[in-house]
Design a protein around this ligand. Sequence first.
Ligand code: GLU
Length: 510
Amino acid sequence: MSREVRVRFAPSPTGPLHIGGVRTALYNYLFARRNGGKMILRIEDTDSQRFVPGAEEYIIESLKWCGIEIDEGVGYGGPHAPYRQSERREIYLQYAKQLVDAGWAYYAFDTPEELDKLRSEAEAAGKTFAYNYEVREKLATSLRLSKEEVEERIARGDQWVVRFKMPENEVVKMDDLIRGHVEMNTSTLDDKVLYKSADALPTYHLANIVDDHLMEVSHVIRGEEWLPSLPLHYLLYRAFGWTDTQPEFAHLPLLLKPTGSGKLSKRDGDKMGFPVFPLFWTSPTGETARGYREDGYLAEAFINMLSLLGWNPGTEQEIFSMQELIDSFSLERVSKAGARFQPDKAKWFNAQYMHAMSAEQLAPYIQPILKAHGVETTDERAGKAAEIMKERMTLVTDMWDLTSFFFVAPTEYDEKLAKKQWKGDNPAMLAELAELLKGIEEFSKENTESVVRAWIEAKGFSLGQVMNTLRLALVGAGKGPGMFDVTEFIGKEETLRRIEAIIANLKPME
Ligand code: GLU
């Protein structure tokens, strides 16, 4: 009997979504699509201290930009709504109580001050305090206090938490789809808090297990940092009696710094000049962080790059559309070892995608850039300009620099090029060329080129001289595509206008 594949991406809205988080979402999505399953977006916002306004919206917008589609979840609804844990708070208390009643958990009444005291006493004795089987019977817990006393404390409003009663000296046997079989002795683990009366909220562990169960999640695919929580999660499934429908687990390898050592952090990005977030982020206090989108990356290239950080197709293929990723993805090909992030490779992917785009595909990227510079033009012309120059583009943000001369006449001339070209017979030669161009009826690239070449030959000019002088007039600098691409694009009138302008405005150099 095979089970319907249901996966979830369950971020906590504590800030912008790190690209490691995007990769987790991506692998969940690919796995769901590959297996005809469903992708859930659950927002785990039970830690009110770490909640950051705007983070949830940022997460949703990032997933949309990446093309990671959600079937059920916050912003999408679905049969298990609500999907935001803060809106499910009534659900969790009964489950915490169920565990207490069954003897799997207990109430603990220690105040933060008492816990601090225990910690510093342990420290003074050169130990670290752990709330576990060694101490729980001696502390203010329902394991020691009488039933009446517990009830009285709760009734009078003392604050309490529910803690999981981690068994002593038991080996938890676990299976991970990426890491294989893992074992852990429970004596090394402490009694995690599951629920807090202070804010009437569950902690991550309880809410996560309860929701995965209620939302019928079949596979939990998440970052390696959650592997240490796996024994507790296994034991929670057992305590609830849900072992039969317990999801399968897959813990994804870390994204490593470009140097290969340690986890990729925002600081690495700042230091080396690359973003670690998908979109530009402004925190409620006004701090900002750069994003791939605003830095000029295409979502498709960004996703392609991320997909290969931890997964490999087993072939030499590097360029994958989302559909191709869906068709080839499998957890078996996700590696255990951390994946080193390479900023140059991200750029390489982006360039590959830009070079392969048609004028039509380029138009929506270049249009806003042109508009921002006050250029109004048709999508067709905008796209064509980008297409002519695309081979030289790495990022979307390169577009203005590479295409502006198609739309705006030079207002100043590159000094070096002017010094070299705007002297001797060249101004007069350009004036003569203008006369020739005036007479050309069909101003297409091919026709103009053949007429001009014949003229150059007849006159005995050097092709380089003529072209570089024309470039100075039309582009204003030693860049741009072939000159006849420019003349065709800007047209006869504009070509003549730019030649007249340089003759009128630039004094020949000596
Ligand atoms: N809320 C957790 C996080 O922010 C989810 C971990 C999990 O997927 O179980 O990463």
